[in-house]
Design a binder for this molecule. Structure first.
Ligand SMILES: Cc1cc2nc3c(=O)[nH]c(=O)nc-3n(C[C@H](O)[C@H](O)[C@H](O)COP(=O)(O)OP(=O)(O)OC[C@H]3O[C@@H](n4cnc5c(N)ncnc54)[C@H](O)[C@@H]3O)c2cc1C
Length: 387
């Protein structure tokens, strides 16, 4: 296992770090988050100017090129200050950019990828329904029925992050009920949010506050054939690559937030005084920080190792799941200890520790819950399927 970067990747990481420090400081992101339901257009434009939306999109389609290694490097550096606001970039990166790159046809790639890369077009992912997120197939009630020149979609999605400000939804629907296995007969569509029959409403939530997560109601929404992604009925299997990409980006986001937690905890331990000395002299607080540093190193090794494997074309379902579970649990524990180290100021909205704590909490639940993730890891080890 190695985290050695190529010269090109190391340069990209350093350039990104300088850009993050100059353009999206923690204070800037903290203030953006305070505006709660306002989409941070200025931040989106900064990301466009930096070329961030084109990361992972092939150059022939107007992107910056790069692989999952580049995506994880960017996600980590960005999340160090942005925390959950990082999803402003992340959602379109894996839902639109990667899914279209993986399973779009030539004309869909030509039509959409350059616009995503330039920041002209945003996408959101609409898979989860109220009837079940972990048991996504069991809970899938949204239907797509073939009509003349397209499909008629009916149903209701929840928690679709970024849907309120997206141009297209990457939407999963059941397109065939006469199937031997429920994983068959599922299709993925690019649904324009401007379509007649769509109602989108924001759902209040604990963290990631300026990137709205939404319910999406679809009432007889017509989607032309040209916006079906890949093969009809094969959507579940097509999603695998996107999901593995998403899990690893999630892990990298957690690692970036962990970097932010350690930075702030260390600074506070060196400057805050109690009983005539800096609190960094208290052994128990040193142990908290030492634990965080070990989690950071473990997380970094696993994320980089998996990213390199995935970039080489290897099957990384197990490793991506492991990276997502470990990094989400490490950052969650670290942010909690971080609040303890900062004392009352850790609970204050004037510091970032509470943001890391709130924003990282989600990643133990989604995109796959850590319980379900462990089920899959156990199954990959040869144990009987437990669900
Ligand atoms: C802020 C936020 C943003 C989100 N963004 C998106 C998005 O952009 N697009 C999208 O499609 N979805 C999104 N989601 C949905 C997310 O992926 C789901 O919440 C997640 O998959 C869990 O599903 P659920 O909430 O229905 O929980 P449930 O499936 O109801 O699970 C409840 C509990 O039961 C446990 N459980 C269920 N089955 C098993 C089992 N077999 N073994 C052990 N334990 C089990 C779970 O681990 C969990 O602890 C988002 C969610 C949130 C909260």
């Amino acid at each position: 296992m190695s985290m050695d970067l190529t010269e090109e990747d190391a340069t990209f990481r350093d350039v990104t770090r300088r850009w993050v420090n100059a353009e999206c400081s923690k204070q800037y992101c903290r203030e953006l988050e305070r505006q709660e339901h306002v989409f941070p257009q200025e931040l989106w434009d900064k990301l466009s100017a930096f070329g961030a939306h084109g990361i992972g999109i092939p150059e022939e389609f107007g992107g910056q090129g790069g692989s999952i290694v580049t995506q994880t490097l960017f996600a980590r550096e960005f999340a160090r200050t942005a925390a959950g606001i990082g999803w402003v970039w992340g959602v379109t990166s894996f839902s639109g950019a990667k899914t279209l790159t993986f399973c779009g046809n030539e004309s869909q790639k030509k039509e959409f990828l350059p616009k995503i890369a330039s920041g002209e077009l945003r996408t959101a992912m609409s898979y989860t329904e109220a009837s079940g997120g972990t048991d996504l197939l069991g809970g899938l009630r949204t239907t797509a029925v073939k009509g003349d020149g397209g499909w008629i979609i009916n149903g209701e999605k929840i928690w679709s992050t970024g849907a309120g400000t997206a141009d297209y939804l990457l939407l999963m629907a059941r397109s065939d009920t006469e199937v031997a296995k429920r994983s068959r007969g599922v299709s993925i569509f690019l649904v324009p949010t401007s379509s007649e029959g769509i109602t989108i409403a924001e759902m209040p939530k604990l963290g990631m506050r300026c990137v709205g997560s939404c319910s999406v109601h679809l009432d007889n929404v017509f989607v032309p054939d040209a916006l079906l992604l890949g093969e009809p009925g094969n959507g579940w299997y097509q999603s695998t690559k996107t999901v593995n990409n998403e899990k690893l980006i999630n892990a990298a986001f957690c690692l970036g937030m962990l970097d932010g937690v350690i930075e702030d905890a260390l600074e506070h331990m060196k400057s805050r005084h109690a009983f005539g000395k800096v609190i960094g002299e208290f052994q128990i607080l040193q142990h908290y920080l030492a634990d965080m540093a070990m989690w950071q190193t473990q997380g970094e090794l696993l994320v980089m190792h998996t990213a390199k494997l995935q970039a080489s074309g290897a099957q990384t379902a197990t490793e991506s799941t492991m990276a997502k579970v470990l990094c989400s649990e490490y950052v969650s524990k670290a942010a909690d200890l971080g609040i303890q180290i900062l004392g009352g100021m850790g609970y204050s909205a004037e510091t970032d520790m509470q943001r890391y704590w709130r924003d990282s909490r989600l990643l133990r639940i989604g995109p796959i819950s850590n319980e379900m993730a462990r089920n899959k890891i156990a199954e990959d080890l040869g144990l009987p399927r437990s669900f």
